[in-house]
Design a protein around this ligand. Structure first.
Ligand code: QUE
Length: 350
């Protein structure tokens, strides 16, 4: 197997992108981003390529997220350039996927979190299997659900997006389909045959892909979220993070208490900036959202909780981050506003 971090191959009608860091759960690096962007431009203009299929090497993950541990390690030796460049170039690729002129088909046969969601959810087809495990877990590392989370999350039904954004809740296939982050279920042992069928498909456009997929889709089983949906919409539809938390605290149900307990472990700053991102993103264009998210990313790079969160979850693995500020009450409007202020190298799209 090649040791390139991303593999590209045209087979029949399909341009394949294979994320190839299986030992790191295919976590996305800046070199990978710099390979994917230009290849997308080539395939957008290549008549022979009717669709792009993106998948992950190995049997565990599509993509576990951005390689935030590397951003941390560089920062610790005084190099802040990766924290400046990675998010910017990653978001440019997220936007290119959102605007890609041909069917974008993500094969989500494993862990799909953070940056991996950004490589899939903005395309038309998100195929999931029984190994699919989704999350936007960034509030647990002092970040926020970026890569266009400000676009897709507020557009999910009811308050599901705010719930997933704030809690980082993990979803399996059936719940992914229920929320709308996934579009089709295919059994993992049929993924290779699906790829071959796409390579030999006749016609082009979404309709041709749909005709192939029809022959492979299966039942994902029952979702677990529907029984909690009324509570999700009730609690997560409130006007502030503080009122979401106090609303959950007053609800003695097991689900509400478990959810309140989960929120109590997450970065208070991340929760407050995420709330504004998801509420504001519901009425913004994709491009304006990416400008906002780039500002937010740089706010996090200039703060405390991101480095502490990465340390606790990915470096030392003690899972005991010491957030600063430590409580929601201490996160004032000034701190939130600082994450939405223009930056000197703002990311703008034409
Ligand atoms: C939040 C995140 C990430 C995370 C855990 C979080 C993330 C990320 C990884 C990750 C996991 C396994 C790896 C790796 C990275 O974990 O973005 O290299 O092998 O990439 O709670 O945002």
């Amino acid at each position: 197997m090649s040791d390139q971090e991303v593999l590209f191959e045209v087979k029949g009608a399909v341009g394949h992108i294979i994320l190839n860091r299986p030992k790191a759960l295919n976590a996305l690096t800046l070199p990978m981003v710099r390979l994917i962007g230009p290849q997308m431009d080539k395939w957008a203009g290549d008549m022979a390529v009717k669709a792009v299929v993106i998948s992950g090497a190995g049997d565990r993950a599509f993509c576990a997220g951005g390689d935030v541990a590397e951003i941390y390690r560089r920062k610790m030796v005084g190099d802040i350039s990766l924290g400046r460049d990675f998010f910017r170039e990653e978001y440019i690729v997220n936007r290119a996927i959102f605007r890609f002129p041909k069917p974008w088909i993500a094969l989500l046969d494993g862990i799909t979190m953070g940056g991996g969601v950004g490589l899939s959810v903005h395309g038309r087809f998100r195929i999931v299997t029984e190994k699919f495990l989704f999350a936007m877990p960034e509030t647990g590392i002092g970040l926020f659900p970026d890569v266009g989370g400000g676009h897709f999350l507020p557009r999910l039904p009811g308050q599901l997006g705010m719930y997933l954004a704030l809690t980082g809740q993990r979803l399996k296939a059936a719940d992914g389909l229920y929320c709308g982050v996934a579009t089709h279920f295919v059994s993992s042992d049929r993924i290779l045959a699906l790829q071959q069928a796409l390579e030999t498909m006749s016609g082009e456009g979404d309709g041709a892909v749909e005709a192939v997929l029809e022959k492979f889709t299966a039942d994902a089983g029952a979702a677990t979220l529907p029984p909690h949906r009324t509570m999700i919409d009730h609690h997560f539809g409130r006007d502030t993070v503080d009122s979401i938390v106090s609303s959950l605290a007053k609800d003695s149900s097991e689900w509400a208490q478990k959810t309140a307990g989960a929120l109590a472990r997450l970065s208070p700053t991340s929760m407050k900036i995420t709330f504004k991102q998801i509420r504001d993103g519901g009425s913004m264009s994709f491009e304006d959202i990416m400008t906002m998210e780039y500002r937010m990313s740089q706010g996090c790079m200039n703060g405390h909780d991101f480095y502490e969160g990465v340390r606790a979850v990915l470096i030392d693995k003690d899972n005991a981050p010491k957030w600063q500020p430590a409580t929601l009450a201490e996160v004032g409007e000034d701190i939130v506003a600082r994450h939405f202020a223009p930056v000197s190298n703002d990311l703008f799209f034409k």
